[in-house]
Design a protein. Structure first.
Length: 81
């Protein structure tokens, strides 16, 4: 379990590493990254509910220097799965 948390923290840092990251403007991009993985990042979203994925994406999009206000919903995550 601790390894999963560490992986998630590393993934969050990677997704939001750049302040005001323009890739995060569209909420679908970080949803796809969480669900499918990218480069060395595993597909952590497969272990999460739609609501959890939405919450993680919304957190990344509003922290680390990002300030995107439109929220991703669990329904949108479900549509991407």
């Amino acid at each position: 379990m601790a390894g999963d948390r560490l992986s998630l923290l590393i993934a969050l840092a990677d997704l939001g590493h750049k302040a005001a990251n323009p890739r995060l403007e569209a909420g679908g991009y970080p949803v796809c990254v969480l669900l499918n993985g990218m480069n060395g990042m595993p597909a952590l979203g497969r272990m999460m509910t739609d609501e959890q994925v939405a919450e993680v994406v919304n957190y990344v999009r509003t922290h680390f220097g990002n300030s995107y206000v439109d929220r991703v919903t669990a329904e949108e995550v479900k549509a991407v799965r």
